[in-house]
Design a protein around this ligand. Structure first.
Ligand code: ZN
Length: 403
């Protein structure tokens, strides 16, 4: 992008792209001064002024008073993404349905977990979500501009259709879950696999920030999922299934997996076994990180060591295939790695193909329990970032609701 490119006229082809760049920067990286936006984009000041004015007229950003005068010249106002432009989020899992509301900038306004005492059928989940959204409706209508509903599901989700092809732990097969939530709530919906959703959140707001090539593995009650970022972009695969690292065979003599194979990473590296080793169960699972920290009884140490060994083996194969700069671990995998600090990195170095594994960083995910909520919102916000001009201009009364 050169400064001489005519980017200010409404007919300019550069304008939609520049609006997208500016909104994406303020959304993912927080409030920025006009001076910083000018410097970082290479556009001139009046072009930036025009772009900010348009995003502001559309209600997507606001200027929040001058930044400090640390630089040279006049202080520049901060341009911030509007956090009342928001996405609803839904995450059905085996023991609860979590509903959230996330504004631009990754601001989590709400995240409520509704325990279900077991996994719900798709019908039951649709009815529950419809009732919860109906309960939030007056608050949503008066305070927020809702872009749609982002949905993270623990299972295979077909790219494009959003059909949940198979969610073994929920017992769902070929469920058009997104279409059904859209029909029940009146909002546009986008559905994706939960680990791929978490990957987006960690990529833009968490441990992957600033990294171009990394893999993400998340461990949950229902197994191990993952995702890939290559050259700064998520890798989805033809159907959207890329990154199912949990079904890499690491132990051919191990236990049978629901996928039909034997000794998959997720049958060997398991939260329930760690819980049992430290005397906890599903209902007290939130105590696992504390129970794994500090000194371990011999039985616990042996289980940690055993699981770290299989995890290192699985990671080494992933590293050999993808040559990432980092491996980001979420959920109980992060707790497992931190239970024996430095050990996993050392195992990866020894197990892996040296030239590739030697300097790969193994780090914990950064977003904690908000990760799926922030990621599911990104599924919806992505369309707005790609084309801010598709978002309606604010009406004269200031009402920007989409409905
Ligand atoms: Zn498997």
């Amino acid at each position: 992008m050169s400064q001489s490119e005519p980017a200010t006229g409404p007919a300019s082809s550069a304008r939609p792209r520049n609006l997208s760049r500016l909104l994406t920067m303020t959304h993912r990286e927080g409030p920025q001064s006009r001076a910083a936006l000018t410097r970082r984009t290479g556009l001139n000041r009046s072009t930036i002024g025009g772009l900010v004015a348009e995003l502001s007229a559309r209600g997507l950003v606001s200027e929040t008073g001058p930044a400090g005068s640390s630089g040279v010249g006049r202080p520049s106002p901060l341009v911030a993404a509007t956090d009342t432009v928001a996405a609803l989020t839904v995450n059905p899992d085996i023991d609860a349905v979590t509903v959230g509301l996330v504004g631009l900038g990754g601001v989590v306004h709400k995240r409520v977990r509704y325990p279900t005492g077991g996994s719900l059928s798709a019908d039951e989940a649709v009815n529950l979500v419809a009732a919860l959204v109906a309960g939030m409706r007056s608050e949503l209508d008066t305070r927020f501009s809702v872009l749609g509903v982002g949905i993270a599901v623990p299972g295979l989700v077909e790219r494009g259709s959003g059909t949940v092809t198979l969610a073994p732990h929920l017992g769902w097969r070929d469920e058009p879950f997104g279409d059904r939530i859209a029909a029940a709530t009146g909002y546009r919906c986008t559905v994706a696999n939960d680990a791929r959703t978490a990957l987006l959140a960690e990529a833009w707001f968490g441990a992957g920030r600033g990294r171009q090539d990394f893999v993400y593995l998340n461990g949950s009650a229902s197994g191990i999922g993952g995702g890939i970022v290559a050259a700064g972009q998520p890798v989805l695969g033809r159907h959207g299934y890329a990154g199912e690292f949990g079904h890499r065979v690491v132990h051919p003599g191990g236990e049978p997996c629901h996928c039909g194979r034997v000794g998959c990473l997720e049958t060997e590296v398991r939260r329930d076994r760690l819980l049992a080793a430290v005397g906890l169960d599903d209902t007290s699972a939130e105590q696992l990180p504390a129970a794994l920290a500090g000194d371990h009884a011999p039985g616990v140490a042996a289980e940690i060591d055993r699981q770290l060994g299989w995890l290192a083996q699985g990671l080494s194969d992933v590293i050999t295939a993808l040559d990432p700069e980092a491996v980001v671990l979420g959920g109980f995998l992060a707790d497992l790695a931190e239970a024996s600090r430095g050990r996993l990195q050392e195992l990866v170095r020894h197990t892996g193909f040296a030239a590739l594994a030697a300097d790969v960083e193994v780090v914990s995910a950064a977003l904690g329990p908000d990760v799926l909520t922030i990621g599911a919102a990104e599924l919806i916000v992505a369309d707005l970032l790609a084309d801010p001009q598709a978002y309606p201009l604010a009406r004269p009364d200031g009402d920007q609701r989409l409905r």
